[in-house]
Design a protein around this ligand. Structure first.
Ligand SMILES: [Zn+2]
Length: 205
């Protein structure tokens, strides 16, 4: 995991942001999107065990997710939730430059997880498995962040999540996605000046 920044394989490409946006956070309803695509799980709202840290909102769109990748991690979160477990994985993509820097998620990668309803982390073997999977990717990529799920206690960054972000995903282009398949929420965050800020995202085709 310490290798994350070192895994970057290319410099920022100058390119306009994806045009074919099918979902924009803040304008469209994510609960409806998750229901319509079959990623909502029946369950009860729960009280969070993890401490929620209030995040400020930054409105400028600089985070784009390819629909296929989005469905891949939403399906992972959905399937793990059916077993009462949290999911987690890496977001693979690239960082580009147009009117400022923005990042794009092209794929999601995960591995064997040590998970419970309120806890998730990669097992030791998972790191090797994940880096093997990364080696299989035949295009140049950047790890642009990570995703994980909360089961029925809403999408937010806990103090533990923020610790993970500061430790492993502390580049300005790194994002965190938190999915709650029961509460039908998906939110994204970045560290800006070491503070965890909620940011909008767009899904494109
Ligand atoms: Zn969390």
């Amino acid at each position: 995991m310490v290798k994350i920044s070192g895994e970057e394989k290319k410099k920022y490409k100058i390119q306009p942001p994806p045009a074919n946006i099918i979902f924009e956070y803040g304008k469209d309803d994510i609960a409806k999107y998750m229901e319509e695509n079959g990623f909502a799980v029946m369950g009860k709202r729960k009280r969070a065990e993890e401490e929620k840290v209030e995040s400020r909102w930054q409105g400028e769109l600089d985070f784009y997710i390819r629909e296929k990748a989005c469905h891949k991690f939403l399906r992972h979160c959905y399937e793990m939730a059916l077993h009462g477990k949290e999911a987690m994985g890496f977001l693979i993509g690239d960082v580009r430059q147009w009117n400022g820097i923005y990042s794009v998620v092209h794929d999601a990668v995960t591995a064997s997880l040590d998970a419970s309803p309120v806890y998730v982390r990669f097992s030791k073997e998972a790191y090797e498995e994940i880096f093997d999977k990364l080696d299989e990717i035949d295009y140049e990529y950047v790890i642009v962040g990570w995703y994980h799920s909360h089961l029925g206690y809403t999408s937010f960054m806990s103090s533990i999540d923020i610790e993970t972000q500061r430790k492993y995903f502390n580049q300005p282009f790194h994002a965190a996605i938190v999915v709650d398949p029961i509460e039908k929420q998906m939110k994204s965050f970045r560290l800006i000046n070491n503070e965890c800020i909620e940011i909008p995202y767009a899904i494109f085709r």
